[in-house]
Design a protein around this ligand. Structure first.
Ligand code: CMC
Length: 432
């Protein structure tokens, strides 16, 4: 981060001015450093939803929303999706560089060694209803890991932070698969450390003790790509939640559970589930125009799920890759007619030519196509956001580690514009 110039802010009607440094990162717009604004001018800034506010310095992920660019540690997402795999991407996000063969092998072995969960974790599941949403189970059980790794976890010790990161990346898929198996009433399947990260996850989801389950290479590749595409996305709602929780010095397992809660909402990671629900409710392509009219009606409160993004005002690059992957997966699985895909493509076509969406720069986001792939892979809708959480765990832990290691890190504590009652005297209940 460097400072090349400054911005002068003057208060109308007074002779007060203050010069604020203008900071530059490697890429992206300049940023006014307003840390001394209140001290110098006695004013705060107001930015609901933090759309114009950089909450931290980060070296992990870069998004250019106008150009539709997404970089992990400088590498374009398209190149990583094509050439890398999830474990290598995890290493890249955590350590900042692509690993050599030795580093990769050690990292893979390190994460793999932590895939099992304490046997007592199984007991938590019995407390949930069988029809509990798996994201509710994830919030509870991932948070419960804090109870297993708390007393001996010193977040100021770099090695212990690293072990916590390994544990989270390794155990979240195990817990996710357990949540799924619990809903089905099937026995939990232990991790298989001879399989890749994606194949092991699919094995834990789909295997049963009664027969051998061979992971399809097509599904393994598709799952790996889904994980790569969702691995990090700079300071989104769930990542900011993890950072905010972590800024207090809280246990990292509890912080990740907070991130899972934030991810669950339909405006964020819950959108992939909502897209399928929406397509199912619309039912047939002829009903799409009427649905689009409903979306455009401000009084209807209906959104086109899987469309729009706070940062992307162009195609979400992940959505482009997802769409291609969707066609590949359906082709490789021999699924010729998938009505949901036909509906999605028709909806995309209509939306991309409709002035409502064009003028607001609303394009398909990653969730628009991911649900269709997951459905084709035999994953139930309620698990879609859980898979997003499995993938995003590495992003959350990388951002959490970066924050703890940042010397300028302080507790996250936004301010407000207070518009409530001014000071007044208490009135006795008999006189009200
Ligand atoms: N359908 C209809 N109108 C929309 C949509 C949509 N999906 N998204 C935004 N708009 C309208 C919005 O009503 C507003 O209109 P107006 O200017 O007339 O008031 C305008 O577009 C600007 O939108 P905004 O609400 O200011 O945008 P935001 O940055 O606050 O919200 C969003 C971003 C992703 C929450 C929103 O686009 C949305 O709710 N999309 C649907 C849910 C979704 O697909 N979420 C997944 C996001 S990508 C995966 C992830 O990273 O989690």
């Amino acid at each position: 981060m460097s400072q090349a110039s400054s911005i002068t802010i003057s208060l109308d009607g007074s002779n007060k001015t203050a010069a604020m440094p203008l900071l530059s990162g490697t890429l992206g717009p300049q940023v006014a450093d307003i840390r001394k604004l209140y001290g110098q001018l006695g004013i705060f800034t107001y930015d609901p939803g933090y759309g114009e506010t950089a909450s931290c310095e980060s070296k992990i992920t870069y998004i250019d929303g106008d150009e539709g660019v997404l970089l992990y540690r400088g590498y374009p997402i398209e190149q990583l999706a094509e050439n890398s795999d999830f474990i290598e991407v995890c290493y890249l996000l955590m350590y900042g560089e692509l690993p050599n063969q030795d580093q990769l092998a050690k990292f893979r072995a390190g994460v793999t060694r932590h895939t099992m969960v304490h046997e007592q974790i199984r007991n938590f599941f019995n407390g949930f209803r069988r029809d509990a949403h798996p994201m509710a189970i994830m919030c509870g059980v991932v948070g419960a890991l804090a109870a297993f790794y708390h007393d001996n976890l010193d977040i100021n010790d770099a090695h212990q932070r690293e072990i916590a990161a390994y544990r989270l990346i390794a155990k979240v898929p195990t817990i996710a698969a357990m949540a799924y198996k619990y809903a089905l009433g099937q026995p939990f399947v232990y991790p298989r450390n001879d399989l890749s990260y994606a194949a092991n996850f699919l094995h834990m989801l789909n295997a049963v003790p009664a027969e051998e389950y061979k992971v399809s290479p097509v599904l393994e590749r598709a799952m790996d790509r889904i994980l790569v595409l969702h691995a990090d996305h700079e300071q989104n709602a769930s990542t900011s939640t993890v950072r905010l929780a972590g800024s207090t010095g809280a246990n990292p397992f509890a912080c990740i559970a907070a991130g899972i809660a934030a991810l669950w909402g339909p405006a964020h990671g819950g959108a992939n589930e909502a897209v399928l629900k929406m397509l199912g409710e619309i039912g047939t392509p002829e009903k799409i125009p009427a649905f689009i009219e409903q979306v455009k009606d401000k009084n209807s409160n209906v959104k086109l799920m899987g469309f729009g993004h706070r940062v992307y005002k162009n195609f979400d690059p992940r959505a482009k890759i997802m769409k291609e992957t969707c066609h590949e997966v359906l082709g490789e699985l021999g699924i010729k007619d998938e009505p949901l895909l036909d509906m999605a493509m028709e909806m995309e076509r209509i939306a991309l030519t409709d002035d409502y969406f064009v003028s607001r720069k609303l394009y398909p986001n990653v969730d628009f196509y991911s649900g269709i792939i997951l459905k084709a892979m035999g994953i139930p809708t309620s698990m879609f956001t859980v898979i997003f959480a499995v993938a995003r765990t590495v992003g959350w832990v990388s951002q959490w580690k970066e924050m703890i290691e940042d010397p300028s890190q302080r507790i996250g504590r936004p301010r407000q514009i207070y518009t409530g009652a001014a000071v007044r005297d208490y009135v006795d209940v008999a006189r009200r």
